[in-house]
Design a binder for this molecule. Structure first.
Ligand SMILES: Cc1cc2nc3c(=O)[nH]c(=O)nc-3n(C[C@H](O)[C@H](O)C(O)COP(=O)(O)O)c2cc1C
Length: 478
């Protein structure tokens, strides 16, 4: 009985539509299939594995630029396959949904460069096709190369990116929550009326960055606004998350840094008028597991022999916004000013509270097969022990699992770790019903009433519905 009352640990598979996501050089490993990223069967197989393991989602990262901070050029990134070439993540959700019924899809898309109107339609389309199994991982970007390729001199300053994103989300909420009423579509064959114009509203948005007078192009989907995921935990990032996020992805090199991040996030949620547990927090982790500790350690040693240090530093330079080729290997990282991912830099900062002085060499070792996350190596029981301890020490809800080799790392977790967690009463034995939002919170398909986005519904306190355009044309026609 006691076991049934224990809080379940949640898992996602962390992926990217490319060959070298976090584990630089591991695409050379004979078991790695990341090179098949262009093949639909790679993704359908992955989705089935994730669903077999009762994962919440396959969570897909994305970038719109190259990692050209290291050495001041994109050569190392291209040579090592470091998140380039990289394909679009959005289509993958539809492909994976076709062969699964329960697993969700966390799709990363930035707010910086695509106008919210076409993007809102893509979100609705995915939510329809997946029957409400989509999450949108809202990112503000960190690669200056993306900004340049899209016609800007540089990306906006760090905090301003979040200000811009706040308005982006406002437009998205107005379109997805406030344009079409639930009973707008009548599909009346007798009268020939498909939808009632009186129930489809012009959102009337006039802001600093966007002007959107009209209606959303899609009818309401199961979740309307897909579950809102967010990654980025600087002070401004947390303020953004406390308003919008229902799931938050953090990457911290130590449990002390993770606890600090989780405490700040939970406090910010409460300050924003939400419950401390109104967002699920997932920590990045790489699990190397096998039938015994010895086999798992042998597997880890094998993977380490494939790591490409240049690729690892190329990725890390992009995440930090700092050219690590200019540092001596034994130089402490110190207190770096970053215009990229500040929460990443803070985790490796001497002031992060873990008492560690990180050098560039430490970074290479740390990144190894795990990228931004940490690695846990051992049998299912050993990994379950560690997961249990991390959850207890930090207050996270679960893990975004990065792979060393794919899909092997995920298959190993499903074979060795999931059954062990289930035996301990720490993991579900079946999926909950309904949409992704309902599976996570058990409180329905739509945004909760106290979520910022709900205020943009018809009759909501922040709605700016302006149907005068339609009224004017009606007058002109009469
Ligand atoms: C764990 C983690 C994963 C992230 N994944 C992505 C990603 O896939 N694509 C992207 O453009 N930004 C990504 N970001 C960047 C952030 O979402 C954010 O937009 C940013 O750069 C600022 O983060 P900060 O608030 O921690 O400084 C990620 C950040 C973190 C911490």
């Amino acid at each position: 009985m006691a076991a049934q009352l224990r809080k379940h640990i949640r898992l996602n598979a962390f992926e990217m539509n490319c060959v070298a996501h976090q584990s630089s050089g591991l695409w050379r490993h004979p078991e790695d299939q990341a090179w098949r990223y262009k093949d639909i069967s790679y993704w359908t197989n992955l989705a089935r594995i994730a669903e077999r393991g009762l994962f919440d989602s396959v969570f897909i990262a994305d970038v719109l630029g190259t990692y050209d901070v290291y050495g001041g050029s994109d050569e190392a990134a291209i040579r090592t396959g470091s998140q380039v070439p990289v394909n679009d993540p959005v289509q993958l959700a539809a492909v994976m949904a076709a062969v699964t019924e329960n697993v969700g899809f966390g799709i990363t898309a930035g707010t910086a460069y695509e106008h919210p109107v076409p993007f809102a339609r893509r979100l609705s389309t995915l939510d329809h096709l997946t029957k409400g199994r989509v999450a949108w991982n809202v990112v503000t970007g960190y690669l200056p190369s993306a900004a340049r390729n899209l016609g800007h001199d540089d990306q906006r300053e760090h905090d301003d990116r979040y200000n811009h994103a706040d308005e982006y989300l406002e437009v998205i909420y107005k379109l997805l929550e406030g344009s079409w009423e639930d009973d707008a579509v009548v599909r009346d064959r007798e009268s020939g009326v498909f939808a009632d114009p009186a129930k489809v509203h012009h959102i009337g948005h006039e802001g600093t960055h966007f002007r959107v007078p009209g209606i959303h192009l899609s009818e309401p989907s199961p979740q309307r606004t897909p579950l809102v995921f967010q990654a980025g935990a600087s002070p401004r990032g947390i303020a953004f998350a406390s308003r919008h996020a229902e799931a938050i992805f953090i990457a911290c090199p130590t449990t002390a840094a993770a606890k600090k991040s989780v405490d700040s996030i939970r406090a910010a949620l409460v300050d924003a008028g939400r419950e401390a547990d109104s967002a699920k927090i997932y920590l990045l982790l790489t699990v190397i597991t096998d039938a015994t500790d010895e086999l798992a350690h042998a597997k880890h040693a094998d993977y380490l022999s494939f790591v490409n240090p240049e690729g690892a530093l190329t990725l890390m330079s992009g995440w930090m916004g700092v050219d690590l080729s200019r540092y001596d290997l034994d130089e402490p990282i110190g207190n770096i000013e970053s215009n990229a991912i500040q929460s990443i830099v803070a985790g490796f900062d001497s002031g992060s509270g873990d008492g560690i002085t990180w050098t560039v060499r430490d970074l290479v070792d740390h990144i190894g097969v795990a990228g931004l996350g940490t690695t846990v190596v051992g049998s299912g029981a050993t990994v379950a022990d560690t997961m249990e301890r991390i959850v207890a020490e930090t207050g996270i809800d679960g893990f975004n699992l990065a792979y060393a080799v794919t899909p092997g790392t995920f298959e190993d977790v499903v074979e060795f770790v999931v059954p062990e967690l289930q035996r301990r009463g720490l993991y579900p034995t079946e999926y909950a019903d309904g949409t992704l939002r309902n599976k996570l919170f058990g409180a329905g398909d739509r945004l909760p009433e106290n979520h910022h986005g709900s205020r943009f519904r018809v009759g909501g306190s922040l709605s700016t519905i302006d149907d005068s355009v339609r009224d004017r044309s009606a007058v002109a026609a009469s």
